[in-house]
Design a binder for this molecule. Structure first.
Ligand code: DLL
Length: 433
C-alpha cells in the first residue's frame, strides 16, 4: 500500500508551504532553461523572484495547447534530451501531436502518484490488476503499468481490444482489479454476457475508469453489470498522464488531486480570472515536481469544480468534481482525443471535397461511432459511383492515418450541409453519456 500519510493528511497550511517552495524552484528553473517560458514571463513583466506566495501564481502567464504546438516537438522541454528516457504523445489540434517527455525521476514520480491513486481504490500487493488501457504513445497503459508495479501488485499488461481473450484472462488469472475506459468496461460486460460468463465467475472487485467523460448513470451500469465498485481516475498527458486525481472509496463524489505535485486552479474561461473554491470553470494545472516537461498554469479546457469539504478517508487534498465537459470542441472517440480541426486538416488536402463537413458521433452498443459527412464538389458529384466510393475510402484512410480512429464517411450533395450564420456547427454528438 502506498499512502503518503504525512502529505495526504497535512493541514492545508503545511501543504501550501510545500507547494510554495516547489513552485518557486520550478519557476526559477523554467525561467533559466526554457526560452519560450522566459519570453512569455518577460512579456508579462514577471520575474521568478516575484513569486513570494501561492497567490503570486496569478502573475504568471497561462500555457495552452497552442504553446505546445508552436514549440513542437521538444521546444518546451526543460532538460537536455540526453536526460529524457521516454516520450508519449496525444492528439494536438491540427496535424501535430502533443509530445511530452519524462526523465528517469519523472517516470519514478509518475509510478508513485499512480500507486497512490491505486491505493485510494483499495488496491494492494496481492491484487491481480488487469490493465486494459492502451499501451503505446497513449499514456494510459504504460502510466498505469508502472504504478501497479511500484505498488507491488501483479500487472496483466493486456492493453485494449480482443474482448473475448480479455474475459478468458480475467477468469483464468483471477483478475481482481480492472483498469479501462468506462466505455470499454461496458463493452467487456456485454461480451461476457455474449459468451455466457457471469460476473460471479470472476474475482473482480473494483474498476478504475477514466480517460473519457462518464456519467453517474454509466457508473451504476458498470457496477451492476460487472458486480464491482467503479471509481473515477483523471489525468492528461501534458500534466503526467493518469495519476493526477483519483476518487477514493469513501468519496461520494469528486477525486482527490495529488496537490503536492499538481497545483490546480479553476478559472473563468472567458475572463481568465481565477475562481474561488466551489465555482465551476476551466481546470488549470501547474506541475510542481516534473523535470523534463514542466507546465506552468496549463489550461486543460476541462470543466470542473474544486472543493475542500473533508472526506471520510482523512485526506486533506482538494477534490475535483467529475469532469462535466470541455470549453473547446475536443471529442473523445473510443478513448482517442479528436479535434474537428484535424478532420478539417485532412479534408482540405483532398481534391474534390468542399470545406463543408460535419462530424456525427453516436454510440452503438457501448462503442463510439464517428461519421464524417463531407460535401463533394459539383464535378465529383456527377461522377460515377466508383469514383465516389474511392474518394470516400481515401478520406477514411487519411482520417485513420491522422487520428488513429476508423470513421464512416458519408459523401453528401454540394450545398446540403446547413450553412450557419455564426460559428459553424461541426459536431453533432448524439451519445447520451
Ligand atoms: O486520457 C490520461 C488518462 C489515462 C487518464 C487513463 C485516466 C486514465 P490524454 O489522452 O492526454 O490523457 O487525454 C486527456 O482526457 O483533458 C480529459 O478531457 C479527458 N479525461 C481524462 N480522464 C478523464 C476522466 C489521458 N476521468 C483528456 N473524466 C483530459 C473525464 C477525462 N474526462
Amino acid at each position: 500500500m502506498i499512502w503518503v500519510e504525512e502529505i495526504e493528511t497535512l493541514p492545508r497550511s503545511g501543504l501550501e508551504s510545500i507547494q510554495l517552495k516547489r513552485l518557486q524552484a520550478l519557476v526559477h528553473r523554467v525561467y533559466a532553461t526554457v526560452l519560450p517560458y522566459r519570453a512569455k514571463m518577460d512579456a508579462a513583466g514577471v520575474k521568478p523572484s516575484d513569486i513570494l506566495s501561492l497567490t503570486d501564481l496569478r502573475k504568471l502567464p497561462y500555457t495552452t495547447k497552442d504553446d505546445l504546438r508552436d514549440n513542437y516537438p521538444f521546444g518546451l522541454f526543460a532538460t537536455p534530451m540526453d536526460d529524457v528516457i521516454r516520450v508519449h504523445a496525444s492528439s494536438g489540434t491540427t496535424g501535430k501531436s502533443t509530445v511530452v517527455g519524462y526523465t528517469a525521476a519523472d517516470i519514478d514520480l509518475w509510478a508513485s502518484v499512480m500507486a497512490r491513486c491505486l491505493t485510494m481504490a483499495g488496491v494492494t500487493r496481492g491484487d491481480m490488476v488487469h490493465n486494459a488501457y492502451g499501451y503505446g504513445l497513449f499514456t494510459g497503459g504504460l502510466g498505469a503499468h508502472y504504478g501497479i508495479e511500484a505498488l507491488g501488485a501483479t500487472v496483466i499488461p493486456v492493453s485494449g481490444g480482443n474482448s473475448r481473450r480479455q474475459i478468458t484472462i480475467m477468469r483464468d488469472f483471477g483478475s481482481t482489479v480492472l483498469l479501462s475506459t468506462p466505455s470499454y468496461a461496458l463493452n467487456l460486460a456485454d461480451a461476457m454476457a455474449d459468451v455466457g460468463v457471469s460476473p460471479e465467475e470472476l474475482k473482480l472487485r473494483v474498476g478504475i475508469h477514466g480517460a473519457e467523460p462518464w456519467s453517474q448513470n454509466m457508473r451504476e451500469e458498470v457496477e451492476r453489470k460487472l458486480g464491482i465498485r467503479a471509481v473515477d481516475i483523471y489525468g492528461l498527458s501534458e500534466i503526467i498522464g493518469p495519476g493526477v486525481a483519483m476518487e477514493c472509496l469513501h468519496s461520494e463524489h469528486g477525486m482527490h488531486i495529488l496537490e503536492d505535485n499538481f497545483l490546480p486552479e479553476i478559472i473563468d474561461p472567458d475572463t481568465l480570472e481565477p475562481l474561488p473554491y466551489g465555482e465551476t470553470g476551466e481546470l488549470v494545472f501547474t506541475t510542481l515536481t516534473k523535470e523534463a516537461f514542466p507546465l506552468i498554469r496549463y489550461r486543460t479546457k476541462d470543466i470542473s469544480r474544486l472543493f475542500l469539504e473533508p472526506c471520510g478517508c482523512g485526506r486533506t487534498l482538494v477534490r475535483m468534481e467529475k469532469v462535466t465537459g470541455r470549453t473547446d470542441d475536443m471529442l473523445i472517440i473510443r478513448g482517442v482525443n479528436v479535434f474537428p480541426s484535424q478532420v478539417e486538416h485532412v479534408l482540405v488536402g483532398i481534391e474534390g471535397v468542399e470545406p463543408h463537413y460535419q462530424i456525427e458521433v453516436t454510440r452503438e452498443g457501448n462503442l463510439d461511432v464517428m461519421a464524417v459527412l463531407v460535401e463533394v464538389s459539383d464535378d465529383i458529384f456527377s461522377d460515377e459511383i466508383k469514383v465516389l466510393e474511392n474518394l470516400s475510402k481515401k478520406i477514411q484512410a487519411e482520417i485513420k492515418d491522422m487520428l488513429g480512429v476508423t470513421c464512416k464517411v458519408k459523401l453528401v450533395e454540394p450545398r446540403s450541409i446547413q450553412r450557419s450564420e455564426g460559428k459553424a456547427q461541426r459536431v453533432i454528438d448524439k451519445r447520451k453519456l
